[in-house]
Design a binder for this molecule. Structure first.
Ligand code: UDP
Length: 332
């Protein structure tokens, strides 16, 4: 298959590109490197360092290279930033996203896989969360992802676009080649690793949640398992995904198991063999107490099973990547 990956220089996009190449697909990457890293794109991949939001340019790219499917990973994805500055999120995730859909329509590309998020659910009413749970995002990040999912549905009904929206839970870990390198870093596992490397204490955002140890529970999934799901999802769009049901299918990607922040800290201490310096601070705005996926539908529709579900594998691979890339991509 000839596949365009937007955001292919980012954390999840770059590991997915590795997986697609390993499966024998031809890959093009479109990434403006505003948050991604050119060094994350392997040399054998054709790489355009520009935006997915330029409809004319993207249409040309799709037509000239006879692209058959799009994996849309590029987005703005920080909750706090989205609350402070929703304009960036609507422009990039909605306006830019629709420009990409229009380019796909003009070029006749009918297969589309989208990086969505558990943030579309907001504060869940029941756990584990199934795809039938109400969508009620509590920040512009989740809202813009939900809006784009809606566009996929209506483009499916009207224009025959076949799409899968993958709703990621908490992604962690690294491949041998690619890992997490954000500035600023806000995610738990790389923040723990940063504290272990620097010996400067990190902050646990709240110790008074209604959970057994008082810290929030999340469903962590290895980035390589996520990449496997992207490959399967792209392959599944070759024909109507669930005939007679819908042209756009949302699927949760998690393991179905929750771990508290303290459990993640304990696992990191075991992997690295030293204590994680930390303090307990106030809760972070917008953090629900528990987010755990039901991943049954992804199993049924894609035949996908996470194979690297232990915290040891996720943290171990992230730690390993940090050893080989002490300064991230730019100073590796
Ligand atoms: N967290 C924390 N300290 C940090 C970063 C994260 O206590 O420096 C907690 C956060 O409150 C949440 C969990 O770790 O309960 C996962 O947060 P992350 O930002 O990795 O992912 P999110 O769940 O927000 O998508």
């Amino acid at each position: 298959m000839r596949i365009l990956v937007t955001g292919g220089a980012g954390y999840i996009g770059s590991v997915s590109v590795e997986r697609l190449l390993a499966a024998g697909h031809a890959v093009w990457v479109l990434d403006d490197t505003s948050t991604g890293h050119a060094a994350a794109v392997p040399p054998e991949v054709r790489f355009s360092r520009s935006t997915y939001a330029d409809e004319n340019q993207v249409t040309r790219l799709l037509v000239d290279n006879a692209i058959e499917a799009i994996l849309h990973c590029a987005a703005r994805s920080l909750v706090g930033e989205s609350i402070r500055n929703p304009s960036i999120y609507y422009r990039a995730n909605v306006v830019g996203g629709v420009a990409l859909l229009e380019a796909a329509r003009r070029a006749g590309v009918e297969r589309f896989v989208f990086s969505s998020t558990a943030a579309v659910y907001g504060v869940p009413v029941a756990s584990p969360i199934t795809e039938l749970a109400p969508l009620d995002p509590i920040n512009p990040y989740g809202e813009t992802k939900r809006t784009f999912e809606g566009a996929l549905r209506w483009y499916g009904t009207a224009y025959g676009l076949r799409s899968i929206a993958l709703r990621y839970f908490n992604v962690a870990g690294a491949s041998e080649r690619n890992g997490e390198d954000h500035d600023p870093e806000t995610h738990l596992v790389p923040t723990i690793i940063g504290a272990l490397v620097s010996s400067l204490p990190m902050t646990l955002f709240g110790g008074d949640y209604p959970t057994p140890d008082g810290t929030p529970i999340r469903d962590y999934i290895h980035v390589e398992d996520l990449a496997d799901a992207h490959l399967l999802a792209l392959e599944a769009t070759s024909e109507p995904i669930q005939p007679g049901v819908e042209a756009a299918v949302p699927l949760n990607l998690g393991t179905g198991t929750g771990f508290s922040v303290r459990e993640v800290l304990a696992a990191a201490e075991k992997v690295v063999g030293k204590p994680v310096p930390h303090t307990i601070g106030p809760r972070r705005a917008g953090d629900p107490p528990i987010l755990v996926a039901s991943a049954e539908r992804a199993r049924e529709v894609l035949g996908w099973t996470p194979r690297r579900g232990s915290l040891t594998e996720m943290i171990g691979s992230a730690w390993q990547w940090r050893q080989t890339h002490p300064g991230g991509y730019d100073q590796a």
